[in-house]
Design a protein around this ligand. Structure first.
Ligand code: DC
Length: 229
């Protein structure tokens, strides 16, 4: 039997997950969900409410009482308690705080439950750090997207410059390396290549080439599943 397709795209910050996941979802007509935006939303609301990182109970309580939604048909637009905060969650301050916040097990438990709810019974491209390993372990297609820290810092630098932000390449690289370390060494659901995931290094590939690789992997997996199903 052919289940609705679920594609999990995991990888470190700046590997190209967002651009690639959005394009793949668009081409295949699937829903797109950016789970990193959800951890950022929690960090944003903490900053607004003045809750310190050390007060885990209040953070978890806050998450329990927060409604996180994505715009219908545009999974990159995120709403917290009905307010569109898609731009606010991209500041360096929110970016920095989102990593330690995502290491709090109680926060992860609540957000993972919400992510599974949003994924429904499939028909989704979901990106994050633990999608193939924890959130959607039964996803038919799992991609682990990587790139060198230099390349990732340069991409973020160009993106932020283009958005009119004032940025420094060295401090971006430093932040990326620090986040990589924290995201892959935390005790709860660290960034890992999920079992069954295909690793795609995007260093010397164009966006189109990466998208094509993922579409090829998807169609191979799906035809194999349908012919054995
Ligand atoms: O992908 P991003 O940079 O927007 O993610 C923000 C932070 O959230 C990042 O430090 C790692 C964390 N994250 C996570 O722990 N699990 C996910 N599924 C997605 C993001």
């Amino acid at each position: 039997m052919c289940r609705k397709i679920s594609i999990a795209i995991d990888g470190p910050a700046g590997a190209g997950k967002t651009t690639i996941a959005r394009r793949v979802s668009h081409i295949l007509g699937l829903k797109y969900i950016d789970t990193g935006a959800m951890y950022r939303a929690v960090a944003w609301k903490m900053l607004k409410a003045g809750i310190p990182l050390s007060d885990e109970d209040s953070i978890i309580d806050m998450v329990r009482n927060t409604e996180i939604d994505f715009a219908e048909g545009d999974g990159s637009k995120i709403f917290v308690d009905g307010k569109d905060i898609s731009r606010e969650i991209r500041t360096p301050e929110v970016t920095r705080l989102s990593s330690p916040v995502s290491a709090i097990p109680g926060v992860r438990r609540l957000l993972v439950a919400r992510q599974r709810e949003l994924a429904g019974c499939g028909g989704v491209v979901m990106e994050g750090r633990d999608i193939g390993s924890v959130v959607l372990p039964d996803a038919q297609i799992k991609i682990f997207l990587t790139a060198s820290a230099n390349e990732r810092a340069m991409r973020r630098y160009k993106e932020m410059k283009a958005a009119g932000m004032d940025v420094n390449l060295d401090s971006l690289r430093h932040d990326i390396e620090e986040r990589d370390h924290r995201d892959s060494t935390r005790a709860d659901s660290p960034l890992v290549k999920a079992s069954g995931a295909v690793e795609v290094n995007t260093d010397n590939l164009s966006i189109e080439e990466v998208v094509e690789q993922i579409l090829n992997i998807s169609s191979e997996r799906m035809s194999a599943e349908c012919s054995t199903g």
